[in-house]
Design a protein around this ligand. Structure first.
Ligand code: ZN
Ligand code: ZN
Length: 337
């Protein structure tokens, strides 16, 4: 009897304990798929990676959703309509129900047959469950605060709480040539706030659009965890952005041969002041010593042999957040600012 009472009590205590916010980075060989699960059990998937012959990425996303105990994806946020961000969507939608579809509005690359086909597959699938986002919009996910800071090329115009300071490197900012893939700069970018913890994901927003958010003044504020833009490529991740957001931790959804460039490692560490960089993949095209320590890299192999190990973070309500490499179980905790 005593034992039964004890079991009942411990079950009650366990169910009353506050749950954590969890974010999973699905390895998509240089594509994007980030799964956010709130303490209330609601979920938002940001991007659906590549279309692959064997449905590799759809299967990897579905496996992560199952690991997180999800029966459905409440919100699918598509940052923009490139193949490495929407490719696995049609197949994924046959594996798990999707509640709402959010995006930046019309594709600006509709003249490209490949993009047009993928975009129309998206609009057919989303149907009446589609919503296009504007800067300042809140994404309705229970228990967290998610604000859209840029979408469709337009940024918020007022600084978020904690932002507003001037960014000194804006004086030396130089634009790149216009991006050859203009939909990147239409990307939806958002800040997810959970207690003191702030997570920033700007999709594939490029260097040329980053000043909209941080020059002359930092509209974003300081960030605890930054998903490096554009898979860690140097077409994004300017020193101006990194000086502004000062992330404690950066996570890269890079592929074996896609991002990050040496200059981005340098900017993250020496301008952004990051404590640690965690990588989906060892970057084979960048000197080994520039990469993160092995414990913080989820996959080493080239794509053909890659097992698609996950990175994840678990965020407590008190601001402590713990990154874990699911390849080897290595984890490290940080404190939100
Ligand atoms: Zn991309
Ligand atoms: Zn892109």
């Amino acid at each position: 009897m005593k034992t039964l009472l004890f079991l009942l009590l411990s079950a009650l205590v366990a169910s009353a304990a506050p749950k954590n916010l969890e974010i999973y980075w699905i390895d998509a060989e240089g594509g994007a798929a980030t799964l956010i699960v709130t303490p209330a059990g609601e979920s938002m998937l940001v991007d659906t990676a590549n279309r692959a012959l064997d449905d590799r990425d759809a299967k990897r996303i579905f496996a992560a959703a199952q690991k997180a105990g999800l029966k459905k994806i409440d919100i699918l946020l598509t940052t923009h309509f490139h193949g490495d961000h929407i490719g696995a969507m049609p197949v994924l939608a046959t594996m798990i129900p999707i509640g709402m579809y959010m995006d930046h509005g019309e594709s600006v690359e509709i003249a490209r047959p490949n993009v047009a086909a993928a975009y129309h597959a998206y609009t057919d699938l989303a149907g009446t469950k589609r919503r296009s986002l504007k800067p300042g919009d809140k994404i309705p996910l229970k228990g967290v605060d998610i604000e859209v800071v840029i979408s469709g090329g337009r940024a918020i115009t007022k600084a978020r709480t904690g932002g507003g300071e001037s960014v000194t490197r804006c004086a030396e900012y130089k634009a790149h040539d216009p991006d050859v893939d203009p939909d990147n700069d239409q990307s939806v970018g958002f800040v997810l706030k959970f207690g003191k913890f702030d997570f920033l994901d700007l999709g594939d927003l490029t260097w040329n659009s980053e000043p909209k958010l941080v020059c002359p003044a930092n509209l974003i504020g300081k960030i605890d965890l930054f998903q490096t833009s554009h898979h860690g490529l140097d077409r994004s991740n300017s020193p101006q952005l990194l000086e502004a957001i000062q992330p404690t931790v950066a996570v890269m959804n890079n592929g074996p041969r896609k991002g990050p460039n040496a200059s981005v490692f340098d900017t993250l560490r020496h301008v952004g002041g990051v404590q640690d960089i965690w990588q989906g993949h060892l970057a084979l095209g960048t000197p080994k010593e520039m990469n993160a320590p092995e414990d913080m890299i989820a996959n080493f192999e080239a794509t053909a042999d890659c097992k698609g190990n996950l990175l994840m973070v678990s965020v407590e309500a008190n601001g402590k957040f713990t990154m874990t490499n699911l390849r080897n179980g290595f984890s490290k905790s940080y404190q939100a600012k």
